[in-house]
Write a protein that binds this ligand. Sequence first.
Ligand SMILES: [Zn+2]
Length: 189
Amino acid sequence: MQWRMTKLCINDAGWLQSVEVVESPNFDSRPDNTPVKLVVVHGISLPPGEFGGGHIKQFFCNNLDPQLHPYFESICSMAVSAHCLVERDGNIVQFVSFLDRAWHAGESQWRDETVCNNFSVGIELEGCDDQAYCEAQYVSLASLFAALRSIYPQITDDAITGHSDIAPVRKTDPGPAFDWAKLTGYLRD
Ligand SMILES: [Zn+2]
């Protein structure tokens, strides 16, 4: 099967056209005069290691039912989000406008700057550290990165990083299963 990147467009309000939108309340404004210059790649699965079920969307909208799984009890009171989720089949869901600050990175540092949420876009891939991500997810991620670079020229071609790279003590995602070389190949297409 030949995977093709699709051209994604972002409107003036910071929303992708023609993707699923699930608005999260977990965001605020970026600080003034803070250009977006970094894309942070995350991995998430709820419960851990299981895919599908819609729990990630519920989690980012503060609607996760703690009764459904013991793990949900431990996280259901957290208020977090990402700008986008890329599901296993490559489907993109947007939760927060790119103009706003999503709450995905936590305490973090990229190069000499801390608080990466201020100047980054957070993209969650549905997955976990030790299971291969799907080809369709790399294609969607590369398409997203291209669309973001078209509106944010401060994002250089190497300004895409893992959560584990900006918060190495606390975070391991997207994990060793994420194939950076494969992503780079798609970014060159
Ligand atoms: Zn993460």
